[in-house]
Design a protein around this ligand. Structure first.
Ligand SMILES: [Fe+2]
Ligand SMILES: [Fe+2]
Length: 171
């Protein structure tokens, strides 16, 4: 999409653009999660990231199914927003020496990713319904539910153990 070429003419074009954007984002997330699994120390956090990596792979397949239902080729368009969230996550993680504090930072970064996904999937569901594609909305809703569940699980991990351990670290 260029500054002077108006590639998005219709509401359907807008949906298509968003679909390509989130397809890119999910693919970037599958590349980022293995690094987060590696950096995580709390076993429950590691396991949570591992589970969400598998879920994310399934979410990519759901998006491919949606492209197929729309008679389109699965294609990605760069999403600067997710690139920025992942870049910031890496920068912050690189600045933290203590493993307990790092776990708290990893959760914060992962929640930024989940909230980004939640806003995107929420919008796409309402757009799909508006266009009379309840079949596509239902597929997107399966993913949205996984993102919400992941976000909740991260909050539980933070408040039940990770944040207290991080706070206990002395300078
Ligand atoms: Fe996702
Ligand atoms: Fe996610």
């Amino acid at each position: 999409m260029g500054l002077f070429s108006k590639d998005i003419a219709t509401f359907d074009d807008l949906f298509h653009h968003q679909l390509q954007d989130v397809y890119y984002a999910e693919n970037q997330i599958t590349k980022a999660l293995p690094k987060m699994i590696e950096k995580a120390t709390a076993p429950a956090l590691k396991a949570g990231f591992e589970q969400h990596l598998r879920e994310t792979e399934g979410q990519i397949q759901r998006l491919e199914k949606i492209f197929q239902l729309r008679g389109e080729e699965a294609k990605a368009v760069t999403c600067p927003a997710i690139d920025g969230i992942i870049k910031e996550a890496n920068e912050v993680a690189g600045d933290i020496a203590d493993k307990a504090v790092l776990d708290a930072a990893l959760i914060a970064s992962a929640q930024a990713v989940e909230h980004y996904e939640i806003t995107r999937y929420g919008t796409m569901i309402t757009w799909a319904k508006q266009m009379g594609r309840d079949d596509i909305a239902a597929i997107l809703k399966e993913t949205l539910d996984e993102e919400y569940a992941t976000d909740d699980k991260l909050t539980d991990l933070a408040t039940s153990q990770v944040n207290a351990k991080a706070e206990a670290v002395s300078a």
